[in-house]
Design a protein around this ligand. Structure first.
Ligand SMILES: Nc1ncnc2c1ncn2[C@@H]1O[C@H](COP(=O)(O)OP(=O)(O)OP(=O)(O)O)[C@@H](O)[C@H]1O
Ligand SMILES: [Mg+2]
Length: 371
């Protein structure tokens, strides 16, 4: 008769292609029950945006089908996002599992557009997502969401994010009197505002917080990197920006600050010809890949140059909402999944480092109780 050990042995041959670990040692198998050839368990992925969710589920079904004694198989697939930043009770923003800063060297490369559509793409997979518009001088997210008139309430000394399309959004643009005053604020004040947005906001249990940064290496990107532990920085480039070498400076700054680099997304990469549907790399290709190799960080996706992306931003109707099946939305979704996978990998590395640090300490075996 087949036993639980045999089932687990079979399941341990299924490897998560991103994490390069087997699903049993990763703790992805939960609530396993085996009675008279009837097998039941939950497969808990490390993110609902896992790029290999279908492959992993298929592999699981395949290895279980090879155990002839299993006559009945009931599989439930869920996801629990891993913590990509060290969290304990004393950590600021302990309700936020991953913080992803979106940076670039030059302005206007599409950071805000990419941040918003990635936030929506992650949210559409079922993840809990927040978006912090850290561009205090020129907040653009409210306009891109068609929410210029919304404003943030304060309750019990905590800022209440504005909820739009299921994501929690904070922006200086949600202050009634923001208008032109922001432009005269000096560095320390701007840093203070960002710190408040980060730690004094009532973020409710977020899997991912996307922080849309202003371009370059100024006070705001520095404040983000130095105020709280973050999962890492996502670099947005365009083929033109790479050519101008400005992106390299920004990436170098984060590297010097020891902030993990999640990877690069190239925006306005190519144009899809409406007649022949072919991709045309009108500004040249390979630039973002070169940067990713130079800094040893992954290349996570390319977003087409498309008028619908721009008109969606201008009219407050993001393309992930209005045309979720368009090629542009598919490109955002692919990048979002790759980013989520990178966050899981960073989380795993962190766990392993912590485990190796405490390997000399005595650890009690995990016992589950039902009281
Ligand atoms: N893939 C794209 N296709 C077409 N237009 C785009 C694309 N990405 C961004 N845009 C447009 O380019 C302009 C700049 O984009 P966006 O404001 O997102 O850039 P940014 O990097 O956030 O700028 P800033 O540095 O000023 O914050 C906007 O008009 C936006 O609609
Ligand atoms: Mg912007």
């Amino acid at each position: 008769m087949v036993g639980i050990d045999q089932v687990l042995e079979k399941l341990s041959t299924v490897i998560d292609p991103d994490l390069k670990k087997d699903i049993v040692s990763m703790g992805m198998i939960k609530d396993l029950e085996l009675n008279d050839g009837a097998l039941k368990f939950t497969l808990e992925l490390t993110t609902p945006a896992c790029p290999f969710n279908v492959e992993i589920e298929d592999d699981v079904r395949k290895v279980i089908s090879e155990i002839t004694e299993v006559k009945n198989f009931d599989l439930k697939v869920t996801a629990k996002v891993m913590e990509g930043r060290s969290l304990d009770e004393d950590t600021a923003m302990s309700t936020v599992k991953n913080i992803i800063g979106v940076a670039s060297g030059k302005g206007g490369v599409g950071k805000s557009t990419v941040s918003l559509n990635l936030a929506l793409a992650l949210s559409q997979t079922g993840a809990k997502v927040g978006l912090l518009d850290a561009d205090i001088y020129g907040p653009s997210i409210p306009l891109m969401l068609g929410m210029k008139k919304a404003f943030m309430e304060v309750e019990e000394n905590k800022l209440q994010p504005v909820v739009s399309n299921g994501i929690q959004v904070v922006s200086f643009g949600f202050f009634a009197e923001q208008s032109h005053q922001a432009a005269i604020y000096r560095g320390p004040i701007i840093s203070g505002i960002l710190k408040q947005f980060l730690v004094d906001t009532d973020w409710s249990n977020l899997d991912y917080l996307i922080v849309d940064l202003p371009p370059g290496t100024g006070d705001i990107p520095l404040t983000l990197a130095q105020t709280i532990p973050i999962t890492g920085i996502l670099v947005v480039t365009t083929p033109q920006e790479v050519a101008s070498n400005v992106a390299v400076k920004a990436v170098s700054m984060f590297e010097k600050l020891n902030v993990p680099l999640i990877g690069v997304v190239e925006n306005m990469s190519y144009f899809i010809c409406p007649n022949c549907n072919e991709k045309h790399y009108i500004f040249g290709s390979g630039g973002a890949k070169r940067i990713s190799e130079q800094f040893n960080m992954p290349f996570l996706g390319e977003i087409p140059l498309h008028s619908e992306i721009m008109s969606g931003s201008d009219s407050g109707k993001p393309i992930m909402i209005t045309s979720p099946d368009s090629p542009s939305a598919v490109a955002f979704r692919t990048a979002a999944k790759n980013i989520a996978a990178q966050c899981s990998m960073i989380a795993l590395r962190m766990q392993e480092e912590m485990a190796s640090e405490s390997k000399n300490e005595e650890t009690a075996p995990e016992v589950s109780t039902s009281n």
